[in-house]
Design a protein around this ligand. Structure first.
Ligand code: ADP
Ligand code: AMP
Length: 209
C-alpha cells in the first residue's frame, strides 16, 4: 500500500487482509509494538518516529524481511507502510526475486495534503490491538474505547499537527518517488482515497480481482 501518512493505507490493508485471508504486515505497527514492549529496537525507532522522520533503512529492512519470512506469509501478504524509500524497494525486490517472487500490485491510495492533517488529528488508535478509528468518519461505539478489545484509544504522538507536517514533507521527498518506481514496473494502481472507506475498498477490490 502506497500513500501519504493518513491516506487510509492501514484501514484498507486490514480489509484486504481479511477478505483474502493473508497477513497485514505494517512496519509502523511492528515498531509501535516494540516501543510498547520497551525493546531496544523500539527505543531506537521511537527517536525517529517522534520527530516524524523515517527509521533508518537498515533497521527497517531487516525487521520487514524477518517478518515476511514467517510461515504465515507463505501465501502472500499485504504490506502497509513499507517500502517508504527507493533503497527499501530495491532491497525488497532483490530479496523477493531470490525467492522466485515479486510484488503483484502497488496500490496507491491518493489523498491530497489538504485532507491529511484533518484525518490525522481525528485518528484514534487502540493501545492494545492497534485498531484505528476516526472521531468523525469512523467513531467507536463508546467514545475513547476500542470496539474490538475494550482498551483505551489514544491520539498517536506522531499524529499531532506539527509532526504531521514533517511526515508529509518526508513523504513527498522520500516516499512519493516510489510511485514512478512501481509505475515503471507496471504494477501501480491508483485509487481515489478521498471517497468513503467502503468505496475505496470497492475500487481496490476491482483492481485486485
Ligand atoms: P494510514 O495507514 O495511511 O496512515 P489510516 O488507515 O490509519 O491511514 O487512516 C487515517 C485516518 O483516517 C484514520 O483515523 C481512519 O479511520 C481515517 N480514514 C481512513 N480511510 C478513510 C476514508 N476513506 N474516509 C475518511 N476517513 C478515513
Ligand atoms: P505508520 O504507522 O506507517 O504511519 O508509521 C509510523 C512511523 O514509523 C513513520 O512515521 C516512521 O517513523 C516509522 N516507519 C514505519 N514504516 C517505516 C519504513 N518502511 N521506513 C522507515 N520508517 C518507517
Amino acid at each position: 500500500m502506497l500513500g501519504a501518512p493518513g491516506a487510509g493505507k492501514g484501514t484498507q490493508a486490514k480489509m484486504i487482509a481479511e477478505k483474502y485471508g493473508i497477513p497485514h504486515v505494517s512496519t509502523g505497527d511492528i515498531f509501535r509494538a516494540n516501543i510498547k514492549n520497551g525493546t531496544e529496537l523500539g527505543m531506537e525507532a521511537k527517536k525517529y518516529m517522534d520527530q516524524g522522520l523515517l527509521v533508518p533503512d537498515e533497521l527497517t529492512v531487516k525487521i520487514l524481511l524477518d517478518r515476511v519470512a514467517q510461515p504465515d506469509c507463505g501465501k502472500g501478504y499485504v504490506l502497509d507502510g513499507f517500502p517508504r524509500t527507493i533503497p527499501q524497494a530495491e532491497v525488497l525486490d532483490k530479496a523477493l526475486s531470490e525467492m522466485g517472487d515479486a510484488i503483484d500490485y502497488a496500490v496507491n491510495v491518493d489523498v491530497p495534503d489538504e485532507n491529511i492533517v484533518k484525518r490525522m488529528s481525528g485518528r484514534r488508535a487502540c493501545v492494545t490491538c492497534g485498531a484505528t478509528y476516526h472521531i468523525e468518519h469512523v467513531p467507536p461505539k463508546k467514545e475513547g474505547i476500542c470496539d474490538k478489545c475494550g482498551s483505551e484509544l489514544i491520539l498517536r504522538d506522531d499524529d499531532k499537527p506539527e509532526t504531521v507536517l514533517n511526515r508529509l514533507k518526508v513523504y513527498h521527498e522520500q516516499t512519493q518517488p516510489l510511485i514512478d518506481f512501481y509505475t515503471a514496473k507496471g504494477v501501480l494502481k491508483t485509487v481515489d482515497g478521498t471517497a468513503d472507506m467502503q468505496d475505496v475498498f470497492k475500487a481496490i477490490e476491482a483492481v485486485l480481482g
